[in-house]
Ligand binder design. Structure first.
Ligand code: ZN
Length: 191
């Protein structure tokens, strides 16, 4: 009996927390766009170069701010919550469609932004020293369109093959599930 009561209490508290956070998200993120593409995009030829005006036509204002102006989305946003629920698939650059990461490199760093321990196409991702805000960080950019994606941190103690955390803005990733793209999901294949 005791354990039933305790389970119920925990469920209530968790439920309230979820309800509260989903209300907050609904207000703050009402205009956020969730990008789930149906087909794997054709891969671009490097480099993809556009004027600011051209970028503004194909990107949402927030994507433009992140990719072209080195912006950062707020953590724990609605798009990030969707990201956490996404299954096996590939993540492409919202600016130029270049493949960047897959679900195989994804892990839960509990930091409020998408985290990967490596890129899936090393030639499409580059890093640069970033000394803004008085600190030294390693910036991550798309190597095809030069769009800012986020930062990479090393040696934080994560139990992953690289112990690196590619901390990437959720809004600049396009997700295509493996199933939609005609690729096999390695996890499901075993079953
Ligand atoms: Zn790109």
């Amino acid at each position: 009996m005791k354990s039933t009561v305790r389970t119920f209490a925990v469920t209530c508290i968790t439920g309230l927390t979820l309800l509260q956070s989903s209300c907050d998200d609904a207000n703050a993120d009402a205009k956020e766009e969730i990008k789930v593409e149906k087909e794997a995009p054709a891969q671009p030829k490097k480099p993809v170069i556009k004027t600011d005006e051209e970028w503004k036509k194909i990107l949402t204002p927030e994507q433009y701010e992140i990719l072209r102006k080195h912006g950062t989305e707020r953590p724990w946003g609605k798009v990030y919550e969707e990201f956490k629920k996404q299954g096996a698939g590939t993540y492409y650059c919202a600016g130029c469609d270049a493949e960047l990461f897959t679900s195989k490199e994804k892990f839960d760093a509990r930091c409020g932004w998408p985290a990967f321990f490596d890129s899936s196409k090393h030639e499409n991702v580059k890093t640069l020293r970033d000394t803004s805000f008085g600190t030294v960080r390693i910036e991550v950019r798309c190597n095809v369109c030069d769009g800012h994606l986020g930062h990479v941190f090393s040696g934080e103690g994560f139990d992953t093959p690289t112990d690196q955390r590619y901390c990437i803005n959720a809004k600049v990733l396009k997700f295509v599930p493996f199933a939609e793209a005609g690729k096999k999901d390695p996890k499901k294949e075993d079953k």
